[in-house]
Design a protein around this ligand. Structure first.
Ligand code: NAD
Length: 480
């Protein structure tokens, strides 16, 4: 089994006196690697090293354009090793190679995008009065903590780390205890490219080293992606230290399909939006709201598509991979059991035994129709390949239902009527709305984040830079 050490203060950290955690490959249910069970003293070491790196002459001498060049070189390196990285991501998460390859390309795009922005972040001169010269200066916010979930490790690490390094910060990445491999790959790359302590990678359980870091007074900013309860916990810890947070917490995003929609375009997009990464996507299109008059036709097309999907490990070339771990698999299985008792399952609904991979965590892509939008499975984020369907009759009802969950991350609106589509888009409470499409292959340049419990702040795009800077106003009085 591979052993993954932490990168703290430029040194590979972890030895026989540490405790180690087994990483399970979800496709096989067998161990694939071991990580260090990081603890509070590791957290202290990482923060001390980060603060030192932030103040170091070596990092201060790194000019903005040089940071940009390094990030651009990182993008090139990622592309040169795309197959190796995709294989690591696929091994860690179980996702099909095609999806892992797309994630790796998106990661390269983040480094490229923020590499290009690094020397274009600057302040203003503000006219106040003659002989008072007023300017704003942009400074890094400092020690940034990046807490990463298991569903898109390489993409989620890259998007916030690239923006933070572009703006001159130092970063500590806490990878998920399920998926450390691709962050470790980046740590190996950055080890001799950056002054020690500028990029650090720590591993272990969220409640241990994750919590020790998010409550650490030496951390100046936190970017967290994961569940709502953990996000709340992280935000409370940050509040104690008066530290800003960017939270990306998931959703229950709708595809809203009107009677004049082009179903040929809508069907593959709706299917992909819920089965990609086995539905373990914060922006998954997990609710389908469909106008009554075309509901039967659309559901029949979707059922046909779902029945054609194959489920299995990455090496089988299947469309849908396993669920990330035993805990999530059991959680989704018990939700499906309850769903079957109270609703109409149109297709799927069972776990899958894959020959030769009997210990993997596989679930059938599932469509379930709800009589009522308040049904628990329409409201709760299931984080599996489960599409919940509700019918509507009017435009106003569609808008009301689209907004009737505690989330607001992404929405798809399907209609050929430009007035209907834009009327609905403008009224949906959601960070992103797609008209006649859904998702955007990483969407590197598009601001991404949530309304309501889907989160706070925006990642991706030029706007994410705002998460990692502080603004100083300097006024000079001129007098002869
Ligand atoms: P989680 O929120 O528990 O974990 C996400 C990250 O936070 C991991 O790195 C974890 O180690 C860390 N963490 C956990 N507890 C922490 C704490 N007390 N302090 C600091 N860091 C902590 O998510 P999970 O258990 O991996 O998944 C459970 C649910 O989270 C899923 O069912 C899904 O609803 C949601 N989820 C959402 C996303 C998303 O992209 N929004 C991604 C993964 C999981």
């Amino acid at each position: 089994m591979k052993t993954i050490k932490m990168l703290i203060n430029g040194e590979w950290t972890g030895n026989e006196t540490d405790e180690w955690i087994d990483i399970i490959n979800p496709a096989t249910g067998e161990g694939s690697a071991q990580i260090v069970r990081g603890n509070k003293s590791h957290a202290d070491m990482a923060v001390t090293a980060a603060k030192k790196a932030l103040a170091s002459p070596e990092w201060k001498a790194f000019k903005p354009y040089e940071r940009g060049q390094l990030l651009t070189e990182t993008a090139r390196y990622i592309r040169e090793h795309a197959q190796q990285l995709a294989a690591l991501e696929s091994e860690d998460t179980g996702k099909p190679m095609k999806q892992a390859e797309a994630d790796v390309e998106a990661a390269a795009r983040y480094f490229e995008f923020y590499g290009g922005i690094a020397d274009k972040v600057f302040g203003d001169t503000i006219p106040i009065e003659q002989d008072l010269m007023n300017m704003t200066v942009i400074e890094p916010i400092g020690v940034t903590l990046h807490i990463i979930p298991w569903n898109y490790p390489i993409q989620i690490t890259s998007r916030s780390v690239a923006a933070a390094i572009a703006t001159g910060n130092v970063v500590i990445v806490k990878s998920s205890e399920d998926t450390p491999l691709t962050t470790n790959f980046l740590a190996e790359w950055f080890q001799d490219k950056l002054p020690k302590g500028v990029f650090q990678h720590v591993t272990g359980y969220g409640q241990e080293i994750g919590s020790a870091l998010s409550s650490h007074p030496g951390v100046n900013q936190i970017t967290f992606t994961g569940s709502v309860p953990t996000g709340i916990h992280v935000m409370k810890s940050a509040a104690e230290n008066v530290v800003p947070v960017t939270l990306e917490l998931g959703g229950k995003s709708p595809n809203v399909v009107f009677k004049d929609a082009d179903l040929k375009r809508a069907v593959p997009a709706i299917v992909n939006s819920i089965v990609q990464n086995a539905g373990q996507t914060c922006s998954a299109g997990s609710r389908l709201l469909v106008e009554e008059s075309i509901a039967d036709e659309l559901l029949s097309l979707l059922q046909d598509s779902f029945k054609e999907l194959t489920v299995g490990p990455p090496e089988s070339g299947a469309d849908v991979g396993p669920i990330i771990n035993k805990k999530q698999y059991e959680r989704i299985s018990s939700i499906l059991k309850k769903v079957k008792e109270e609703a109409n399952v149109l297709v799927g609904g069972e776990s899958v035994q894959v020959e030769g991979f009997e210990n993997g965590y596989y679930i059938q892509p599932t469509i379930v129709e709800a009589a009522d939008h308040d049904a628990f499975f329409v409201q709760e984020e299931i984080f599996g390949p489960v599409l919940s369907v509700v019918r509507f009759r009017t435009v106003e009802e569609a808008i009301e239902l689209a907004n009737a969950t505690e989330y607001g991350l992404v929405a798809g609106v399907w209609s050929k009527d430009i007035d209907v589509a834009n009327y609905v888009a403008s009224r949906i409470e959601s960070g992103q709305v797609f008209i006649n499409s859904y998702g955007a292959a990483g969407g590197v340049q598009m601001p991404f984040g949530g309304y309501k419990k889907s989160g706070i702040g925006r990642e991706k795009s030029h706007l994410a830079v705002q998460n990692y800077i502080q603004i100083k106003n300097i006024a000079t009085k001129v007098q002869l």
